[in-house]
Every structure is written in structure tokens, then in C-alpha cells.
Design a protein around this ligand. Structure first.
Ligand SMILES: [Zn+2]
Length: 133
């Protein structure tokens, strides 16, 4: 009887080990969050619009050729984030479509329709930014 118990225990332990091993390797490859999102670090956020003061002669035209759109367009430093990259900031998804002379390093400029809104947004420091793969 005891022998049988031991055998059963061993089997259970082996199964657990296998299962945890599977889960462990599985979590590295199937954890949707870890796979689809990459943490880029803490960024400084500023805001801009298509007005002369913010964009000069460019207006709403972005570096990628598309028209800037509030809630989607952000300007980035191409050395940090490639154009076309989807970026997650505070739970919202934006697309890196533009660049800016003043946008360098860990700095993202968020597009708004009006200058008033850019003023309201102001500046934010140390905001966690994620790249969506
Ligand atoms: Zn403006």
C-alpha cells in the first residue's frame, strides 16, 4: 500500500514539475502582454498642433506624409522610435507619424487639434511608454 502511494506521489510530483516547466516556458512565449508590448522607458511628453507656432510651414502635414490626427499622431525621435510604430501611452495607442526639431531622445510630442489643447496638456515627465509589436 505504501509503495503504491509513493509511486503515485512520485508521478504527481513529476507531473507538477513538467507542468510548471511547461507553464514557465509557456509564459515567456504565450504571455500576450509580454510579447506584444515592449517597455521603452520613461519619456517626457509635450504637445503640439498644426499652428504656425508649433509646426511652422508644416501645418498638419507629418513627416510620414499623412495628415496629423488628434488621438493618433505623435512626433518622435526616429533614433528612438521608428516612424509607423504603434506606441502605448497611458492606455491609449498612438502612431509615430511625425518628427520635430525639438523632439530628441526620450521625448514624445503629442498632436492636438488646437493650440489651446496643447497648452492645457503642457508638459509631463517620467511617463511610461510602451511599443506595441
Ligand atoms: Zn500650436
Amino acid at each position: 500500500m505504501l509503495k503504491v502511494m509513493k509511486k503515485k506521489m512520485l508521478l504527481v510530483v513529476m507531473m507538477l514539475v513538467m507542468a510548471s516547466g511547461f507553464l514557465f516556458t509557456g509564459s515567456a512565449s504565450t504571455d500576450a502582454k509580454a510579447k506584444e508590448v515592449k517597455y521603452l522607458g520613461k519619456y517626457k511628453l509635450t504637445a503640439y498642433c498644426g499652428c504656425r507656432k508649433c509646426s511652422g510651414k508644416w501645418g498638419n502635414r507629418t513627416a510620414s506624409g499623412k495628415r496629423a490626427k488628434q488621438g493618433r499622431t505623435i512626433a518622435v525621435d526616429k533614433r528612438k522610435i521608428k516612424l509607423g510604430t504603434k506606441v502605448r501611452i497611458k492606455g491609449k495607442t498612438y502612431v509615430a507619424e511625425d518628427v520635430g526639431g525639438g523632439v530628441k531622445g526620450k521625448h514624445i510630442d503629442i498632436y492636438f487639434k488646437s493650440h489651446k489643447q496643447t497648452k492645457r496638456f503642457g508638459k509631463k515627465h517620467g511617463v511610461k511608454v510602451y511599443k506595441i509589436k
